[in-house]
Design a protein around this ligand. Sequence first.
Ligand SMILES: Cc1cc2nc3c(=O)[nH]c(=O)nc-3n(C[C@H](O)[C@H](O)[C@H](O)COP(=O)(O)OP(=O)(O)OC[C@H]3O[C@@H](n4cnc5c(N)ncnc54)[C@H](O)[C@@H]3O)c2cc1C
Length: 389
Amino acid sequence: MIQRFGEEHEAFRKTVRAFADKELAPHVDEWERDEMFPDWVFKRAGELGILGAHYPEDHGGSGGDYWFSVAKGEEYLHIGSGGVAMGLLVQSDMATPCISDLGTREQIEEFLVPALRGERIAAIGVSEPGAGSDVAGISTVARKVGGDYVVNGAKTYITNGTRASFITLLCKTDPEAGYGGISILLFPTDTKGFSVAKKLKKIGNHASDTAELVFEDCRVPARYLLGEEGKGFYYLMQNFQTERLIAAVGAVAGSQAALDRSVQYARDRVAFGKPILKREVWQHRLVDLYTEVEAARQLTYHAVDCYNHERYVQRTQLSFDTVKKVSMAKLYVAEVADKVMDECLQLHGGMGYIEETFIARAWRDQRLLRIGGGTSEVMRYAIAKILGF
Ligand SMILES: Cc1cc2nc3c(=O)[nH]c(=O)nc-3n(C[C@H](O)[C@H](O)[C@H](O)COP(=O)(O)OP(=O)(O)OC[C@H]3O[C@@H](n4cnc5c(N)ncnc54)[C@H](O)[C@@H]3O)c2cc1C
């Protein structure tokens, strides 16, 4: 059997599980109602070394490999709130990996280290009212004026957006240069001219805040440019793989949790004189779902193996083969999760349709997976390109 998690990973997993079970789970219903979990959650996750476990020590992390991030992503999903998991994963696995890859020493000290401590809340700003899947179609512009960039534009659907201390922001530094005119800025939200236009109401992930943001003549120093000017699109494509992989990891764990809880429900719920679980029709449906979740897990773990080897052992850019496997994992897992949640809700009967039940929340939270971080159609598009179609 392949040993992916060693003793250190398992000890770390216990820390995350204790944090999730004791410090998060008891409050989740309240945070779902409030449509936001509190800021201390980031700080506490930072104190426990959870956010930085898979980052180098001189970047404020613990120097672990990517399997630490996998263990964390799996444990977050046990609490039954996609929103809390999403907010925390944006902080450590979506808005920040490119700072570790490309940041100057000053940028790492100013943005990454406090983010991994949970002291500065991070967001990633890519999507706009006029462009989501078509990333190169963004219209937020950052023009160089003296020693500053002046940013104008808008972003939408931004997770952690109402309270972020900084945004890893995709903008056009040369609007005429196509893919080569896009750059990434580290944008502090206390910059004059920045505002949160709206907190968006969502059908799921209620405990995370999602916002529409406006940038009006915001001046940020040129030293906040991440990497080289004009390479932002290519940097983002690498960063997207991290985002997609952790989304797949979380979705497998969420599907497994929904199945396990549903089996328990079917064991206890009696209809026509015997537990629903004793009906062969349900046994077979559940067996199919367990099989699909296992297949999804193995595909995801294989993608993690490739990712971990290239990023943490060889320390290279990701190959097209790994990008293909990550995209396949995101695509497949999202579709499996969709099916699992729907069948599990069905198994609960009327109880599945009642607002406060675990399965109702899991069902609506997981729907984001086929949309966020690249839709299923965009995954197919990317895979078709790599396959040379
Ligand atoms: C809760 C939530 C949180 C989010 N958090 C963030 C965040 O933190 N930061 C951030 O930057 N973004 C965030 N997003 C945005 C998310 O990444 C985008 O919604 C997603 O990339 C899709 O973009 P879009 O919504 O503009 O859809 P569109 O691009 O308008 O697509 C609409 C439909 O057309 C399909 N489509 C598009 N192009 C093609 C094509 N070439 N071929 C076939 N079909 C196509 C899409 O698959 C989709 O079904 C979040 C979204 C949600 C809902």
